[in-house]
Design a protein around this ligand. Structure first.
Ligand SMILES: Cc1ncc(COP(=O)(O)O)c(C=O)c1O
Length: 415
């Protein structure tokens, strides 16, 4: 009888034959040993990457060294420690633009606490009014869904573009009919995830230009996409892009950004002002004047001691290469899909039902499924999570803040 290690070795050989490109990502194995050694030390299998990425040990070391060696003050002053910090924060802003290949003439980087705060900035400031539209796909994260409350309160119409099972993709003809259903000259906002955090589907980035040509502003939620894919903002020109940096490189938490096209930013109207966002405000004059560009959207003090760690994180990704990360993810996801879909009970019944694309094409690494017993009864996801926990595997269960994805997958209707 074959031992477990023989079975694993045979499986690995088969995997490497089927996905030869995996070999080109060998440097990730070295990194795993040198930078993420806690995984092996703790015998842990971490699979919750859409929840949050893992950080490399060198990211922490570089950040701590910088903090230890400097005197950094609140950037809202002019003194030397403050000016030093302002320079660093502006350097990170430039780094973020460079990483996404975004022209500083076209895009502004607004630092936020996370992707949700970036999305809220758009929602609360977008000039929705009667006759305007907010259209979004069913598989958005709740922080994109939540924008509908701003749209509703200002009298705009709201519509969800449906998804088709089993791949949970959008029918292009249906999308076209939603995009054509708008008033000329109205404020129309179309939001979708570049990658769904529910199904892993990567919706076409070509939709951006298509929607814009029909008079829509496009909000691309890239939070789940950018950790393993290149987003080139010289090729694609969404009006707004939301990002959480910890999903890309694990550390720091508490920093995200809204990448906004300057022309789209000019349309937004902030519902309040706060410290840091204005040039002048008067108590007696009852007036305030907003600062230019990104500054008007950064409420209070930015997370200035953590922002430098964003540059360190981006440099870490660049050193590995996002194409290498993408390829690694594609190979592993392709293999997982092939293997897990083929699993059957002894009586021939399926073990899982997949929600999302069944191959590694047009999808990312988030693989969502339900497990079934031999009588074809669904197994409670909490039992699956408990079993995984016993084996030291971190995975995510539930509906992932993506109720539309869950409703489509489980074929739940409104009534
Ligand atoms: C696609 C997508 N959008 C937005 C978010 C919200 O990110 P955060 O919780 O960091 O604000 C997430 C988080 O999982 C996500 O996956």
């Amino acid at each position: 009888m074959e031992t477990i290690s023989e079975t694993l070795a045979a499986a690995e050989e088969d995997f490497r034959d089927r996905f030869p490109a995996y070999t080109t990502t060998a440097k990730v194995d070295e990194l795993r040993a040198s930078e993420y050694s806690q995984l092996d030390e703790r015998d842990h299998v971490y699979l919750d990457y859409t929840g949050g990425g893992l950080y490399a040990a060198s990211q922490l070391r570089r950040h701590m060294k910088m903090l230890e060696g400097g005197i950094f003050g609140n950037p809202h002053s002019q003194n030397p420690s403050s000016s030093a910090m302002t320079e660093i924060v502006e350097g990170v802003r430039a780094k973020v633009l460079g990483y996404f290949n975004a022209s500083p003439d076209e895009y502004a980087v607004i630092f936020t606490a996370n992707a949700s705060t970036a999305l809220k900035l758009v929602g609360e400031s977008y000039p929705f009014g009667p006759g305007d539209r907010y259209v979004l796909t069913f598989d958005n994260h709740n922080s994109v869904n939540g924008i509908r409350e701003f749209a509703r309160s200002k009298g705009a119409g709201i519509a969800y573009v449906p998804l088709a099972l089993p791949a949970m993709t959008v029918d292009e003809t249906i999308l076209q009919s939603f995009l054509e259903d708008r008033q000329e000259g109205a404020h129309n906002l179309f939001a979708y995830p570049a990658q769904s955090n529910f199904s892993g589907v990567q919706h076409p980035l070509e939709w951006i230009e298509r929607a814009q040509k029909l008079g829509w502003d496009v909000l691309l939620d890239a939070a789940a996409f950018v950790p393993t894919n290149r987003l080139d903002l010289s090729q694609w020109h969404p009006d707004f892009v939301s990002i959480s940096f910890y999903k890309m490189f694990g550390y720091p938490t508490g920093v995200g950004c809204l990448l906004a096209r300057r022309q789209a930013l000019a349309k937004l109207s902030r519902p309040w002002f706060s410290g840091g966002t204005i040039t002048v405000a008067s108590v007696q004059g009852d007036k305030h004047y907003f600062a230019e560009g990104a500054t008007a959207f950064e409420d209070g003090t930015v997370d200035y001691l953590n922002i430098p760690a964003v540059k360190i994180g981006l440099e870490h990704l660049e050193a590995i290469g996002i194409e290498t990360i993408h390829e690694r993810c594609r190979c592993l996801t392709g293999w997982l899909l092939e293997q897990i879909i083929a699993l059957k009970h002894a009586n021939g019944r399926r073990l899982i039902r997949l929600y999302g694309p069944a191959t590694a094409e047009c999808r990312g690494g988030a693989v969502t499924m339900n497990f079934y017993d031999a009588q074809d009864q669904v197994i409670n996801h909490l039992d699956i999570e408990e079993a995984a926990t016993r084996s030291n595997i971190s995975l995510r269960t539930g509906c992932f803040c993506n109720p539309g994805g869950g409703e489509v997958a489980l074929e739940l209707s409104k009534t």
